[in-house]
Design a protein around this ligand. Structure first.
Ligand code: PLP
Length: 502
């Protein structure tokens, strides 16, 4: 085995990094072909300088990591590359006598959320994003997006309160749930949220009763067949029904101001935006027929990180085609996963392992009975009832990588791998995180597996089934570059401008 290092904090650190910068976060793969660093402790910096020499005094709790707390009631906001915090958490677990120290934990990189916002502004400068809160209502994510000036798509009283409580004006909220409890509609009116969607006649009667001054947006059906999570089965008015709905709204003296659609969450063929915008245009014309003058086009969510630029092009072209005269029309969107999916990573501890006994030879019972069955089963301390609910609800597949093995963060690419499966900690057999993957056969109980891209539809829907806590989040503003500084500046400005932000 090529591993020579052990975790130790008392000695100076040498770390070799092959030219990484903020923009390279995403393309960096850690297992197999990752950079070769030699380290026997952790540092809180990965800069482009080839070798850094730091001492343990500068580890968390030391002077380079802890900063003024911008929001004293929230968890600390650290600095430094997220990978470093993943490894810090692993090291802390190995040193701490606290049994909770080995719990799974997230590292959230707020600079990644910020970078996504810049990307949004670069590609869709004329479309104002209303972040879909349900995707990840993390307190720092919400504050950062509020600071950056986005609006918010809320679906319940709870989400509306959460946004108002951080000091956001109700005019920056769209209540984008077409089927609301009447008490929730009334409450929206009370707290000043007036923009809300509908897609059926009953909703109009409710709104007429509970919030007659609301500004309504008719949600139409869009082709959702090219998305991982389809919505049409539950929401959306067929175009043929729209004239009738608008006539009813007129009759009830309600104000309809625009049209929304959602192509489905996790859209893998962004050409569907073209058709959706065309339908929206038809609905706009129906509005004119009914005596309304629509002023809001809401193009919904569905934006996938990898396809974002493509989606933006389809949208921009479609809007230019079908809404060539956009005077008096405001265009908004409801992105969720686009902002957060890559901003969170999860570190999990291997708490149990089942493998063919080393001396059982090649004809042990497992391989004989089911030759395709992964030979090594790893049990980790978060699962589908927790953060990995995204596997069940959001149809995701996740890919583990080795975070630490035998007390080292370095795994040689020559390390032999075995067919493996990864399981959550509960007593339910549905709790399978990864049915088949290749992982080093030398992994043992106490080693750590990491998962990237864990920010969307994960933490928010995690349960405590079987008595397992929801994994905590460690926050960083990213490396030490200009982006991190900008994130801290925006958050600090936001906290100062509105003391509710605390
Ligand atoms: C879930 C949802 C979104 C967010 O979808 P993403 O695919 O995460 O962008 C936006 N709008 C509505 C109405 C939703 O239900």
């Amino acid at each position: 085995m090529s591993r020579v290092e052990t975790i130790s904090t008392s000695s100076p650190v040498d770390i070799t990094v092959s030219g990484r910068s903020d923009s390279e976060y995403s393309s960096f793969s850690r297992y197999g072909d990752g950079p070769s660093w030699t380290t026997n402790a952790l540092v809180d910096n990965l800069s482009s300088s080839p070798t850094l020499r730091l001492t343990a005094g500068q580890l968390p709790g030391g002077n380079i990591n802890v900063d003024e707390n911008i929001f004293p009631l929230l968890p600390p906001l650290l600095r430094g590359h997220p990978d470093v915090h993943l490894r810090n958490g692993v090291m802390n677990a190995s040193r701490s006598a606290d049994p909770d120290a080995e719990n799974a934990f997230f590292v959230a990189d707020l600079s990644q959320v910020y970078r996504q916002h810049l990307r949004w502004q670069a590609c869709l400068p004329e479309i104002q994003p209303f972040y879909a809160v349900k995707c990840n209502p993390d307190p720092y994510v919400l504050r950062l997006l509020a600071a950056l000036g986005t609006g918010f798509d809320c679906a319940s009283n709870g989400e509306i309160s959460q946004i108002l409580d951080i000091g956001v004006d109700p005019s920056r909220i769209i209540y984008a749930n077409p089927c609301k409890a009447v008490s929730f509609v009334r409450n929206a009116g009370k707290v000043g949220v007036s923009c809300m969607t509908f897609d059926n006649e009953d909703e109009l009667y409710k709104i007429a009763r509970a919030h007659p001054g609301a500004q309504l947006v008719v949600r139409i059906l869009a082709d959702d067949s090219k998305s991982v999570c389809a919505f049409n089965i539950k929401f959306g008015a067929a175009l043929a029904t729209v004239p009738g709905l608008l006539a009813k709204a007129k009759e009830l003296n309600l104000d309809v101001v625009g049209v929304s659609f959602h192509v489905g969450s996790g859209c893998y063929d962004p050409s569907v935006y073209t058709d959706a915008v065309m339908r929206a245009k038809t609905a706009f014309d129906m509005g004119t027929e009914a005596g309304y003058q629509f002023s809001l086009l809401d193009v919904g969510g569905g934006f996938e990180d990898a396809l974002f630029e493509q989606a933006a092009t389809f949208l921009t072209d479609a809007i230019a085609t079908y809404f060539s005269d956009r005077r008096g029309i405001k265009v908004i969107a409801e992105p969720g996963r686009f902002y957060v999916s890559k901003a969170f990573s999860l570190a999990t501890n291997i708490i149990a392992r089942r493998a063919p006994s080393a001396d059982a030879g090649p004809t042990n019972e497992n391989s004989e009975a089911q030759p395709d069955r992964p030979s090594v089963m790893y049990y980790i301390n978060d699962g589908v009832y927790g953060a990995f609910n995204c596997i069940l609800f959001d149809h995701q597949t996740v890919h583990p990588y080795v975070l630490s093995m035998g007390g080292s963060f370095h795994v040689a690419s020559s390390e032999p791998v075995a067919n493996s499966s990864v399981w959550g900690p509960t007593c339910d057999s549905i709790d399978c995180v990864c049915p088949a993957t290749q992982l080093p056969g030398a992994l043992r109980v106490g080693d750590w597996l990491g998962f990237d891209g864990m920010g969307a539809y994960t933490v928010c829907a995690a349960s405590q089934f079987n008595g397992f806590a929801v994994s905590r989040v460690i926050y960083t503003t990213g490396g030490f570059g200009a982006t991190a500084l900008e994130v801290r500046r925006e958050l600090a400005k936001f906290a100062m401008a509105d003391r509710h932000g605390l």
